[in-house]
Design a protein around this ligand. Sequence first.
Ligand code: NAD
Length: 265
Amino acid sequence: MGRLDGKVAIVVGAGQAPGEGLGNGRAAALRFAEEGAKVLLVDRIGASAEETRAEIETRGGTASVIEANIAKEAECEAISRTCLERYGRIDILHNNVGIGHPKDQHAANMDEEVWDRIYAVNVKGIVMASKYAIQPMREQKSGVILNISSIASICTPPGLLAYKSSKAALNAFTQHAALKYAKDGIRVNAILPGLIETPMATQEHVPEEERAKRNEIRNQAVPLGRKMGSAWDIANAALFLASDEARFITGVLLPVDGGQSARVG
Ligand SMILES: NC(=O)c1ccc[n+]([C@@H]2O[C@H](COP(=O)([O-])OP(=O)(O)OC[C@H]3O[C@@H](n4cnc5c(N)ncnc54)[C@H](O)[C@@H]3O)[C@@H](O)[C@H]2O)c1
């Protein structure tokens, strides 16, 4: 018996940044499929989602791909429509997409284009992707929405103002939607990853000669084991929240961070 037997999941951001290792979206898609869900894999880069599909099928799971950019509302509509056409229902919407930008720093030097781009994806994109999944979930009288936020939303990194505030907006959306759709049987929760060893975090925009030092700094910042988490840590939390084991949990902002956000001072 799988923990998600009979369920249909959409994983948005089911590919991953190029590089070595495992991203959060791919790990969640693999876990969901392993536990019996049929998974619609969505990514702006279709080829990356196809790699996830191949891995799921190698392990005996069921998945298919749609290439879509959630910054465009029409493509968000197409995601839910495609899921209903292929699988007949939507039980889980896993909103993994989140972007940052090397020029995202602080208010006094904020670049308008960088701000708009981050908000178009991290806030508007997630709300629009959810908009089209909520209606079928309401008709089913059940559903789970999981938003991948970040502990940056509740801690204060030195830069990253647009990223931090966009993830705080995602937390606000999570709580708002949890209360609004509770009567429809829809649960909405957020996971706040801490420092996770994904290709995006350890390799993208990081020159090769700086990677070892940066990884060591990231490891040392984690109270539990002085080691970054892995994408499986995020996927395991997502699996629990997506499953019926979490049937009484909604509106929660769950840090998965090795204790980092518990530190004050
Ligand atoms: N890795 C970390 O340390 C860390 C920490 C905190 C939070 N997070 C969050 O975890 C999530 C995933 O992180 P990751 O490290 O696996 O990143 P990743 O970049 O490898 O994965 C994100 C995926 O989303 C896709 N994507 C980006 N923009 C898109 C769009 N507009 N439409 C559709 N797909 C789009 C990308 O192509 C990529 O495949 C993000 O929300 C990130 O903010 C990560």
